[in-house]
Ligand binder design. Structure first.
Ligand SMILES: Cc1cc2nc3c(=O)[nH]c(=O)nc-3n(C[C@H](O)[C@H](O)[C@H](O)COP(=O)(O)OP(=O)(O)OC[C@H]3O[C@@H](n4cnc5c(N)ncnc54)[C@H](O)[C@@H]3O)c2cc1C
Ligand SMILES: *[C@@H]1O[C@H](CO)[C@@H](O)[C@H](O)[C@H]1NC(C)=O
Ligand SMILES: *[C@@H]1O[C@H](CO)[C@@H](O)[C@H](O)[C@H]1NC(C)=O
Ligand SMILES: *[C@@H]1O[C@H](CO)[C@@H](O)[C@H](O)[C@H]1NC(C)=O
Ligand SMILES: *[C@@H]1O[C@H](CO)[C@@H](O)[C@H](O)[C@H]1NC(C)=O
Ligand SMILES: *[C@@H]1O[C@H](CO)[C@@H](O)[C@H](O)[C@H]1NC(C)=O
Length: 538
C-alpha cells in the first residue's frame, strides 16, 4: 500500500510554523553566507541561489513549503523538534561533495533527504542536534534506463513511481522489484533493503543493485570499485545516512510477463468468524508459487455501535487470470476467489493499483508528488512472524483493532520464495529463511497522538509471544525510535545501539559497526539510529 488506508487528507497548519520561525536563530544568515562562499570554492558548477537556497529568515513561507514538500509523517513537524537552519538543493553531483566538505569545515551537521518517507523523520528533523543543514535531493532525480543491458542508473532523488514509469516507457517486459507506494524516494528506500510485490519472485530492491555512486565522509566520490566490497555491502540494507551520501544506484531490471493479474478480496470478522481463511493464509502465504504475492490488510470498519474488522487480501500475480485461478483453487480455496475478482493488466498498471490510486487512474499518477492518501501523521512499528499465530492470538488482535478508531491498520506481507534463498549475511538485511510474514503496525496520530501511540505500544506488547524473539526483529526502513536512539555526544552508548542494531540487522550489526568505524570514524553521518563508530584509537 501506500501506507495508509481510508486516510483523511491532512491539512497542514502553516501558521504554526510562522510563529516558530520568527525567533531567528542567531547568525544563521552568516553561516549560510559562509557555506555559500565555501561551496563556490569547492565546485565549479554554478547553482542559482534563488532555486537552491532556502532560509527561514529570508523567505519564511517558501522555506516552509520546501521543508514540508516531501514530508510524509506530519507527526514530526511539531514545534519542539529542531528544523534545519537552511535547506540546500544541489543541482550537480559536485555540490553534494562540496556540501560535505563545507559542513565539516564550518562544523555544521548535515542531514540528507531523498523522498522524505522516513518513519521518524530523521531526514528533516533532529532529536539530537540543535542546529543542522538539510541537503535535499529533489533536483537530482535523473533516471537512465538501458533495456539492452537490463539495467538503469537512478539518482537518489527519484521516486519509485518515476522509476516504474521510465522503465515502462521503454519496455512492457521489464520491471524492478521495489515498493508499493509510488512517492517513496529511491535514495532512502534501497539503503534499508526495500520490499514490494515482486519480492517473492526477485527478492528486495537491495538484492538487485549492481553498482552505486556515493560521496564519503571526506567528500570523495566513489563507485563500487572505488568504495570496495565492504562499503558496497553496508549501503545495501544497513540503513540510510550512516556510511555516506548515495548519489545514484545502478539497478538490475527483471523480466516480467506482458500480463499480470491483481485482486482484492475482503472478509469481515463475521465472514471469517473462526479465522479459517486467515489461519490458512498464514500456513501457505510463504509457500505458494513465487509468482503469487498476497498481502493482508487488517483494519477496523463499520459504524459506531456496529463495528467490525475487515481483512483485505490484496494480490499481484505474475501471469494471466486462468493460471491464477488454478493456483488459488489448489492452494487457497478458503478465500473463495472468483474470476470476477481478478483484473488482468500490464505490470505498470499494477503499480498504480498497488499504490492504491482509485480504479483506472492513469499511469501518469506515478509521476505525482502526492500519494492517494495525502500526508498523514502516524506512528508505526514492525515485527516478523515465524510460526502461524494461533486463533487465541488472532482473537486478541481483532479485539484490539475494534477498540481503536478507523485509521489504524496492520499490513501482513508474505515472505518465502526468493526472500528465503539469500543467506542472512548476503546483505545487511537479515530477515530471510524461516520468516512467514512481516507485520507493519500503523496508527494515525493526527488527533490525540499519545492515546493512539499507547494503543499501538500495548498491541506490540501483546504480540510478544507470537513473533520473532532473541532478538525480536524489526525492519530498518520502518524506523522506530521506541527501540532506542543515539545521543549527540561523542561517547556512544554501544549497549543501547546494540539493542536496536541487532533487531534490524541481527549478526550483521557487528560487521556494520566495523565498516562504519573504518569509513566514518568521526561519525560525520549520524542520526538517532545511525550505526555507531567505535572510538578512534590514538
Ligand atoms: C507511505 C510510505 C510507504 C512505504 N512503502 C514502503 C514499501 O512498500 N516498501 C519498503 O520497503 N518501504 C516502504 N516504506 C518505507 C521506506 O522505504 C523508508 O521510509 C525509506 O527510508 C524512505 O526513503 P526516502 O528517501 O523516501 O526517505 P528519506 O526520509 O528521504 O530518507 C530516509 C533515510 O535515509 C537517509 N537518506 C535519504 N537519502 C539518502 C541518500 N541519498 N544517501 C544516504 N542516505 C539517505 C535519510 O537521511 C534518512 O535517514 C514506506 C514509507 C512510507 C512513508
Ligand atoms: C525571497 O526573499 C527575497 C529577499 O528578501 C525576495 O526578494 C524574494 O521575493 C523572496 N522570494 C520568495 C519566493 O518569497
Ligand atoms: C545535544 O542535544 C542537547 C539536548 O537536545 C542540546 O542542548 C545540545 O546543544 C546538543 N548538542 C549539539 C552539538 O547539537
Ligand atoms: C475492501 O474494503 C476496503 C475498505 O473497507 C474498501 O475500500 C474496498 O473497496 C473493498 N474492496 C472490495 C473489492 O470489496
Ligand atoms: C452490522 O454490520 C454488518 C456488516 O459489517 C451487517 O451485516 C449487520 O447487519 C449490521 N448489524 C446491524 C445491527 O446494523
Ligand atoms: C475500469 O476500466 C475497465 C475496462 O477499461 C472497466 O471495465 C471498469 O468498469 C472500469 N472501472 C471503473 C471503476 O471505472
Amino acid at each position: 500500500m501506500c501506507l495508509a488506508v481510508g486516510m483523511i487528507f491532512y491539512i497542514s497548519f502553516i501558521a504554526l510554523y510562522f510563529s516558530f520561525y520568527t525567533i531567528t536563530p542567531i547568525s544563521s544568515n552568516s553561516i549560510q553566507d559562509d557555506f555559500i562562499k565555501c561551496l563556490h570554492r569547492n565546485t565549479h558548477v554554478d547553482f542559482p541561489l534563488e532555486k537552491t537556497f532556502f532560509t527561514p529568515e529570508r523567505n519564511a513561507s517558501i522555506f516552509i513549503e520546501v521543508l514540508e514538500s516531501t514530508v510524509q509523517n506530519q507527526r514530526l513537524l511539531t514545534k519542539s523538534l529542531p528544523k534545519p537552519i537552511f535547506i540546500f538543493k544541489p543541482v550537480h553531483e559536485s555540490h553534494v561533495q562540496a556540501s560535505i566538505i563545507c559542513s565539516k569545515k564550518l562544523g555544521i551537521h548535515l542531514r540528507v533527504r531523498s523522498g522524505g518517507h522516513d518513519f521518524e523523520g530523521v531526514s528533516y528533523v533532529s532529536q539530537m542536534e540543535t542546529s543542522f543543514v538539510l541537503l535535499d535531493f529533489s533536483k537530482l532525480r535523473q533516471i537512465k534506463v538501458d533495456i539492452e543491458d537490463s539495467s538503469a542508473w537512478v539518482q537518489a532523488g527519484a521516486t519509485l513511481g518515476e522509476l516504474y514509469y521510465r522503465i515502462a516507457e521503454k519496455s512492457n517486459r521489464h520491471g524492478f522489484p521495489a515498493g508499493l507506494c509510488s512517492t517513496v524516494g529511491i535514495g532512502g528506500y534501497i539503503t534499508g533493503g526495500g520490499y514490494g510485490p515482486l519480492m517473492r519472485k526477485y527478492g528486495l530492491a537491495a538484492d538487485n543493485v549492481l553498482d552505486a555512486k556515493i560521496v564519503d565522509a571526506n567528500g570523495k566520490l566513489l563507485d563500487r570499485i572505488g568504495m570496495g566490497e565492504d562499503l558496497f555491502w553496508a549501503i545495501r540494507g544497513g540503513g540510510g545516512a550512516s556510511f555516506g551520501v548515495i548519489l545514484a544506484w545502478k539497478i538490475k531490471l527483471v523480466p516480467l510477463p506482458e500480463t499480470v493479474t491483481v485482486f482484492t478480496v475482503n472478509k469481515t470478522l463475521e465472514q471469517d468468524a473462526k479465522f479459517k481463511t486467515l489461519s490458512k493464509w498464514q500456513r501457505i502465504a510463504d509457500k505458494l508459487v513465487e509468482e503469487l504475492f498476497i498481502r493482508v490488510i487488517i483494519r477496523p470498519s463499520g459504524i459506531v455501535g456496529n463495528k467490525t474488522v475487515t481483512t483485505s487480501y490484496r494480490s499481484l500475480f505474475l501471469g494471466a487470470k486462468g493460471f491464477l485461478m488454478k493456483v488459488m483453487n489448489k492452494g487457497f480455496p478458503e478465500l473463495g476467489l472468483t474470476r470476477k475478482d481478478c483484473i488482468e493488466m500490464k505490470w505498470i498498471e499494477s503499480t498504480v493499483y498497488n499504490a492504491e490510486f482509485p480504479a483506472n487512474t492513469s499511469i501518469e499518477a506515478l509521476l505525482q508528488a502526492i500519494s492517494p492518501f495525502g500526508k498523514p501523521s502516524f506512528k508505526s512499528k514492525s515485527d516478523f512472524v515465524k510460526n502461524p499465530i494461533p486463533v487465541l492470538g488472532l482473537r486478541g488482535i481483532f479485539k484490539r483493532m475494534i477498540q481503536e478508531d478507523s485509521s489504524s491498520f496492520l499490513a501482513w506481507t508474505p515472505y518465502g520464495g526468493m526472500m528465503a534463498k539469500f543467506p542472512e549475511s548476503e546483505i545487511p538485511f537479515p530477515h530471510r529463511s524461516g520468516t512467514i510474514f512481516k507485520i507493519l503496525y500503523y496508527t494515525d496520530t493526527e488527533k490525540r497522538p499519545s492515546k493512539h501511540i499507547n494503543w499501538l505500544r500495548h498491541l506490540y506488547s501483546f504480540m510478544t509471544p507470537y513473533v520473532s524473539s532473541n532478538p525480536r526483529q524489526s525492519y530498518v526502513n520502518y524506523k522506530d525510535l521506541d527501540l532506542g536512539k543515539n545521543k549527540n555526544n561523542s561517547k556512544v552508548n554501544f549497549k543501547k545501539a546494540q539493542v536496536w542494531g541487532t533487531k534490524y540487522f541481527k549478526d550483521n550489526f557487528d560487521r556494520l559497526v566495523k565498516i562504519k568505524s573504518k569509513v566514518d570514524p568521526h561519525n560525520v553521518f549520524r542520526h538517532e539510529q545511525s550505526i555507531p563508530s567505535l572510538p578512534v584509537q590514538s
